[in-house]
Design a protein around this ligand. Structure first.
Ligand code: 4GX
Length: 262
């Protein structure tokens, strides 16, 4: 997949593409990344890429002409690519969006700085506006890297082990289970016995239960009742009984028991 990144700071992307799984994906031809310096497409001796906002106010806006020229050159390299603008006004990026983007013919990622880009460029050329979260950054480069990272690991061959990407917790709307490696005891804390047992089915059961419990405790918003398997519903019922038992133990002073209905 072609990744064409339009930026005034192309150096920011080098370390990202030159290390780890991204580097391997480049070497195997899974991705073909290129940073396009918007400044190279700006006119005049000073190659200015920004200007003051019409209507006044603070901050600067990225001029439309250099951006459009940079986009034009990106389009020549990847005519069918999806044009993405990274901005706080975009749709929230998530795993489902990463999966859809992994099927694109290529991605052209526009990284704005300052107060953003001229609205007419956005209207004329942008297919999709993406936000990586509700906070304000100084530029779109980190968001572009977040998107490329999440998309790349979904491309066939990128992770080596084909199962790894598909097994992902977020596709199943679950958090991942806890992981352990050697030694079996670290600073007085032991690895759960079942993981050392060699009983594959018991390990699988423990991991399913552990993933469910972590989701319940850390991200209950992810749990959709309709998406629970019968086994998971049974686990939740079992845990509720145990919690109720603890809360209502003699002299426990907990709240009144629920009146039923569950
Ligand atoms: N998720 N920023 C972009 C400049 C800007 C503003 C509007 C285009 C349109 C951000 C985020 C983010 C800060 C990157 C403003 N460019 N991008 N920049 N959160 O905060 O994506």
């Amino acid at each position: 997949m072609n990744f064409l990144v339009l930026t005034i700071f192309p150096e920011l992307l080098a370390a990202f593409w030159e290390n780890g799984i991204m580097r391997r994906a480049v070497q195997s031809g899974t991705i073909e990344p290129l940073a396009i310096n918007i400044r190279d497409h700006a006119a005049g001796r000073h190659r200015v890429t920004d200007d003051r906002p019409y209507g006044g106010g603070c901050g600067m806006v990225m001029k439309p002409e250099p951006l459009a020229a940079a986009l034009h050159s990106a389009r020549q390299a990847a005519p069918d690519a999806t044009v993405v603008l990274l901005s706080p006004q975009g749709r929230s990026f998530d795993q489902a969006m990463a999966r859809r983007l992994s099927a694109a013919r290529g991605l052209i990622l526009i990284c704005g700085r300052y107060e953003g880009i001229d609205e007419r460029v956005s209207e004329q050329f942008v297919d999709l506006e993406i936000s990586i979260g509700d906070y304000v950054l100084t530029g779109g480069e980190l968001p572009a890297m977040v998107v490329m990272d999440a998309v790349t690991r979904l491309l066939p061959g990128a992770l080596g082990n084909e199962a790894s990407a598909g097994e992902d917790s977020f596709d199943a709307q679950r958090l991942d289970y806890a992981h352990y490696t050697r030694p079996p005891e670290f600073e007085g804390r032991s690895v759960p016995e079942v993981l050392l047992s060699g009983h594959h089915e018991e390990v699988a059961q423990w991991r399913r239960a552990n993933a469910l419990m972590r989701t319940l405790i850390k991200r209950p918003d992810l749990l959709q009742p309709a998406a629970l398997s019968e086994r998971e519903s049974n686990l939740l019922i079992q845990w509720r009984r145990e919690i109720d038992r603890l809360l209502h133990a003699e002299g426990g002073g907990g709240p009144d028991p629920p009146s039923g209905g569950g």
